[in-house]
Structures are given as structure tokens and as C-alpha cells.
Write a protein that binds this ligand. Structure first.
Ligand SMILES: [Zn+2]
Length: 90
């Protein structure tokens, strides 16, 4: 029997039908940026809104609490830019 695809329903913002995709999710944990890749999520093709299923959310919650797993994970580098406010032109 073919596994039924999960229906993510419609986007809460623009009412488009959500499509399943594998996405990157980023989290700030105690000032540290953590990225979880390959997360199955419903993505809105119109506005980019993302939703995850409850069981995926639970798995993510346990991953981001697993400090040993986080410390062993591959590191990526990201651009970090200090924001400097420009003086308003007179
Ligand atoms: Zn949308």
C-alpha cells in the first residue's frame, strides 16, 4: 500500500496549498545558532510560510536539547555583520 502523503493544508497567511519540502531550520540556543537540515515541512509556494508536523516538532525539540549531539555536529560558517546605524542626512 502506498503511504499517504501528509496534507499540510492551506497557508494561514495566503491560503495557498502547502507543499512538502525538505528545509533547513535555524534555532538560536543560548546565543548559539544551530541549523537542522533536511527537515520535512510544509512550505507555501506563494509566501514561503513553513509548518512542521507535531511529531517532527517534537523530534526537533529533542535534537536542540541534545547538547552532546550539537557539540559533535558539523560546523558551518555564516556571515556575521555588525549593524552600524548611519547618521541621518541633514
Ligand atoms: Zn502563504
Amino acid at each position: 500500500m502506498k503511504k499517504k502523503k501528509y496534507d499540510y493544508g492551506e497557508c494561514v497567511i495566503c491560503n495557498s496549498q502547502m507543499k512538502e519540502k525538505r528545509v533547513k531550520q535555524d534555532f538560536w540556543i543560548k546565543g548559539e545558532l544551530i541549523v537542522i537540515e533536511n527537515v520535512p515541512a510544509g512550505v507555501c509556494p506563494q509566501c514561503g510560510e513553513k509548518v512542521v508536523k507535531a511529531d517532527i516538532g517534537i523530534q526537533i525539540a529533542s535534537i536542540i536539547k541534545d547538547s552532546e549531539r550539537i557539540s559533535k555536529a558539523a560546523k558551518i560558517s555564516v556571515p556575521a555583520i555588525k549593524f552600524a546605524e548611519k547618521k541621518a542626512a541633514a
